[in-house]
Design a binder for this molecule. Structure first.
Ligand code: TMP
Ligand code: MG
Length: 289
């Protein structure tokens, strides 16, 4: 077993099964591996020094690119819909229309702000967004070993790209599926492109992008990382999947949600702000441990 799997933050319903998946994936060679990860609260921290860290949307909400009035309205949406997102007493079917409502209203508000493309880098630079500790090893190692990393996010693609660019880890093995901004010829936000990706339609997002997975047909072994139960569908576009190891970050409402996370994810990391365990798994799978 990987020593980090004994860390106090690690919970597993079936450690034997995890061991079997790891063995099958090591046997299969790292040339057959791909990593699919969520972004907000998975690759980025949930909290730092006791304070919540921003999502892609929150980076804009807290920046100078939007008006005070818009900030208040976005904050009200967050206060209304985030508790629904993490409410374990509601089913996905019950939450889904409310999540669509959240994303739709938030994007409508952002579009009204006529945000300028060239201000996004500063907004990210001045934000408190933080990739989890160990991010450099994670991104650099996957790049060095030519393992494709798909970042699949219901956040905002332009913002998340800027976060990883400024952290100097936007390497050539990284692909992003997300909500991208559509700017007019003078660089002002006029809409969001394509189909909306929200927290519970990542399956549809994956199936719309079958071309990407087609290119990765020789990589049927998947390491999946997420922080929401909606993230489990991110690998639904992978054809002929052989093995999948699912790592889930349980950041909030731990006691209420622990059982559902244990049932859904192979490895659950409870209030763990680091990438220590994913890094140990990645090093193991690429023959470094
Ligand atoms: P993801 O991590 O699954 O890609 O989802 C993006 C996160 O963004 C999700 O946890 C909810 C959050 N969010 C905001 O913080 N503000 C918003 O306005 C919206 C629409 C989403
Ligand atoms: Mg997330």
């Amino acid at each position: 077993m990987i020593p980090e799997l004994s860390n106090p933050s690690v919970c597993m319903k079936d450690p034997q099964r995890v061991q079997e998946i790891l063995e099958a994936m090591v046997e299969a060679d790292s040339k057959t591996l791909q990593v699919i990860s969520d972004f907000d609260m998975t690759l980025t921290r949930f909290s730092y020094n006791g304070k919540r860290c921003p999502t892609c949307h929150n980076i804009l909400d807290n920046s100078k690119v939007i008006s005070e009035d818009c900030r208040k309205q976005l904050d009200e949406l967050l206060k209304k819909y985030y508790p629904i997102e993490i409410d374990s007493s509601l089913s996905v079917e019950e939450k889904l229309p409310m999540m669509v409502e959240w994303w739709t209203k938030a994007h409508e508000l952002l579009v009204k702000q006529k945000i300028k493309k060239d201000l996004l880098a500063t907004a990210v630079h001045e934000s408190e967004a933080r990739l989890r500790d160990g991010y450099k090893l994670f991104f650099d190692h996957l790049h060095e070993h030519s393992v494709p990393l798909l970042i699949f996010s219901a956040g905002i693609g332009d913002i998340l790209e800027e976060v990883i660019r400024q952290a100097k880890v936007f390497h050539s093995n990284v692909n992003v599926f997300s909500n991208y901004m559509d700017f007019d010829e003078s660089g002002v936000l006029r809409a969001f492109k394509g189909e909306l990706i929200h927290i519970y339609n990542k399956r549809e997002g994956a199936l719309l992008n079958t071309g990407h997975f087609q290119e990765l047909r020789t990589r049927p072994n998947v390491l999946l990382m997420g922080d929401s139960l909606g993230d489990l569908a991110m690998a639904d576009g992978v054809q002929d999947m052989k093995n999948i190891l699912k790592i889930g970050f349980l950041n909030d409402k731990v006691e209420e949600r622990k059982q559902s996370y244990l049932d859904a994810y192979d490895i659950v990391l409870v209030e763990d702000e680091t990438l220590e365990v994913p890094n140990a798994v990645v090093l193991h799978l690429t023959g470094k441990k």
